[in-house]
Design a protein around this ligand. Structure first.
Ligand SMILES: [Zn+2]
Length: 213
């Protein structure tokens, strides 16, 4: 099975294990905003000018959204839709959008994740896999740890015969500052079980590079 998940619907009943993304802690908004007002001043700006008046508050809310993965239990998302099934071929979900924040610079990195597993008694609702990606991506991250955390969560929760994760991202901390390598893409991968075998891994890589057209 080869699922392109670009347009996975978001059903209300599939929000199990999720904190509503428009919910933020008002006390934290005020506290974070006051720090950002100070930061704006230190950068040489006037935080009282009209365009910046609500900026500290907006940043405070945006940052809470961008890190809401801390309030999400990725294993619970998988457990909410695990089914016994006698299917043992590779299941691939590719082109999952990734938006995360580099923990070294608090700048975004973004791109795509491609994930496969080989069921061993259980399958999982396909829409849950992008949500596991999101749960880990919406935290302060490095791409290497993000890759391993997704692999480990699927392996430990679903206990399949193998898991494969490939993530390709552009990092704004590389593109906008320092070395300014604007078009470089960082690729990370992590595998378990059956994907240790060259042939299985080659099949996965062939599937994620294949086009449906
Ligand atoms: Zn960085």
């Amino acid at each position: 099975m080869n699922i392109n998940n670009n347009e996975a619907p978001l059903d209300d009943d599939e929000l199990d294990g999720y904190v509503k993304i428009d919910r933020y802690n008002t006390d934290k908004v005020e506290s974070i905003a006051s720090h950002y007002e100070d930061i704006l001043s230190q950068l040489g700006e006037n935080p009282k000018r009209q365009g910046l008046l609500k900026t500290p508050e907006r940043i405070a809310k945006a940052l809470q959204y961008l890190t809401h993965g801390y309030d999400v239990d990725p294993a619970a998302i998988l457990k909410s839709a695990m089914f016994e099934e006698d299917y043992s071929q590779m299941v691939v979900v590719k082109d999952i959008e990734v938006y995360s924040m580099c923990e070294h610079h608090l700048l975004p990195f973004f791109g795509k994740a491609h994930i496969a597993y080989i069921p061993k008694g259980h399958i999982v609702g396909l829409s849950k896999i992008p949500r596991v990606v999101d749960a880990f991506a919406r935290r302060l991250q490095v791409q290497e740890r993000l890759t391993n955390e997704i692999r480990d969560c699927i392996q430990e929760t679903l206990n399949p015969a193998g898991v494969a994760v490939v993530i390709e991202c552009k990092h704004l901390c590389m593109a906008m500052r320092g070395i300014q390598k604007q078009n470089s893409v960082t690729t990370t991968s992590a595998f378990t079980g059956e994907f240790a075998h060259e042939r299985t891994r080659a099949e996965f890589l062939r599937l994620i590079t294949a086009s449906l057209d």
